[in-house]
Design a protein. Sequence first.
Length: 107
Amino acid sequence: MELETEEQLDMQTLHRNLDQMAGDRTSLMNQIRSLLLERGYIVAQGRAELAARLGEMLDGDKPVLRTRIHRLVSDMRLRWIALDERIQISMPSSPTLLTQMSGCGGY
């Protein structure tokens, strides 16, 4: 059995890290959707749909959610944005590595 190269080990570590962050992001988005659904607000699947709906609900002049829930959802949105940024920072910049990772998940 051959030992893996440093590059292969780095790629495996990167994949695991990105998978974990993507899973955390998906879980957070599902929690937000669930919280909104409990209050009668239906949001379509997809990051863009949720981001747009949250923008409407949280950034508008007229409050949609009660104060505590508004703060909670705002905090969850900030955590989601932070995860997106961490995922982007963690993505490899090399075109070769990006090609290798293209079939490995929706980061």
